[in-house]
Write a protein that binds this ligand. Structure first.
Ligand code: NAD
Length: 351
């Protein structure tokens, strides 16, 4: 592993991952491509834009010609695919771009990676390729659908996605699996629970609530607020991906989670308390259609087989995250001044 193609590296998790890898592995070259959609932000990468081991290129993962050129000129040996349309609410409004980016985009990357392999001369049917490019697909626990009050997702839980977003991610997972089965491609799929932490785009639950609290705006809570999510700090997610990259067995899926189940309303209450704001800011709104009730991850495969463990408790992580948003008003204002305000008004004001 030397030349790693990271896609979607200007988004929330991708940018945290790129910074962690450059710091942790000074012998790796990171080629970071991102289309810079509304969710991509070069300010997330400010501290590493001049790093000689980091190359940023504004590229759409669906652009096969550009991806092919990048593979050749940078001798890519590993792909980590974060690039995606990632917001469930937007997928309900406009599913098409989710299929195009999350499914077709993944297929283009897989195909170009496959093209860069050498045929294996020891295979007399030449149906199998000599593994060259390793492919790690960053997926989500949402592909499993929703749980009842008990139980946890394991890697063999059937896929039962309920939103256009999760259906597109599940489709991409199946393609990645198929490239392993058909072409012997060395792949891994990671399925992580809900992330939070610095640089998360403001539309997602935790930053939305923190920023609205800071600005003393209403806190829109879907339905009864009793939906359960299994929260993981972004740096723990990034360290888990690094672990799978180094130690994961070919073709395996790894669930990633930190045993931090909380209801949405519990999260909102922690934020209100820490920022010393009144509960009267909470406004219950009509529930999201098809809203999954509960997610919970069984992380025993990655912890027992690969030795990964999360470092943050939700209490420490959320406290640190609130402080980060309080101290980064410039970053927040630059997002509010762009497409986000229009989206916010459409979702929460005009309805
Ligand atoms: P994000 O929306 O913050 O970032 C996605 C990035 O992908 C953006 O920078 C965007 O510009 C880029 N992108 C979108 N379309 C592209 C295209 N066609 N070509 C190139 N770049 C494109 O999302 P995130 O929260 O950082 O999530 C990253 C990945 O992790 C996604 O694949 C998501 O499904 C997965 N994931 C997220 C979570 C979570 O809680 N956020 C949990 C599990 C898995």
């Amino acid at each position: 592993m030397k030349n790693i193609l990271v896609t979607g590296g200007a988004g929330f998790i991708g940018s945290n991952f790129v910074k962690m890898m450059l710091h942790k592995h000074p012998d790796f070259k990171i080629i970071n491509i991102d289309k810079l959609t509304y969710a991509g932000n070069l300010e997330n990468l400010e501290s590493v834009l001049d790093n000689p081991n980091h190359t940023f290129l504004k590229v759409d993962i669906r652009n096969r010609k550009q991806i092919e050129e990048i593979f050749q000129s940078h001798e890519i040996d590993t792909v980590i695919n974060f690039a995606a349309e990632s917001h469930v609410d937007r997928s309900i409004e406009e599913p098409e771009i989710f299929l195009s980016t999350n499914v077709i985009g993944t297929q283009v990357l897989l195909d170009v990676a496959k093209k860069n392999w050498k045929l294996n001369p020891s295979d007399k049917y030449c149906r199998r390729f000599k593994p060259g490019v390793k492919f790690l697909q960053v997926s989500t626990d949402e592909v499993y659908g929703s749980l009842g009050e008990t139980g946890k997702f394991v890697e063999t839980t059937p896929l039962m996605p309920n939103s256009p977003y999760s259906a597109s991610k599940a489709s991409a997972d199946l393609l990645v699996r198929a490239y392993h089965e058909t072409y012997n491609m060395p792949v891994n799929i990671t399925r992580c629970s809900n992330n939070y932490g610095p640089y998360q785009f403001l539309e997602k639950l935790i930053p939305l609530m923190i920023v609205n609290c800071i600005r003393e705006r209403e806190l829109p809570v879907y339905g009864d607020g009793m939906q359960v999510r299994d929260w993981l700090h972004v740096s723990d997610h990034c360290s888990a991906i690094d672990t799978v990259l180094h130690k994961g067995s070919e073709g395996e899926i790894y669930n990633i989670g930190g045993n931090n189940e909380k209801t949405n309303i519990e999260i909102v209450s922690v934020i209100l308390k820490k920022l010393r704001k009144s509960n009267s800011l909470i406004k219950y709104i009509k529930d999201r259609p098809g809203h999954d009730r509960r997610y919970a991850i069984d992380n025993s495969k990655i912890t027992s087989q690969l030795g990964w463990k999360p470092l943050y408790t939700i209490e420490e992580g959320i406290e640190e995250t609130i402080d980060w948003y309080v101290n980064n008003s410039e970053w927040i204002n630059s997002i509010i001044s762009k497409e986000y305000t229009k989206y916010y008004e459409k979702m929460y004001i005009s309805k």
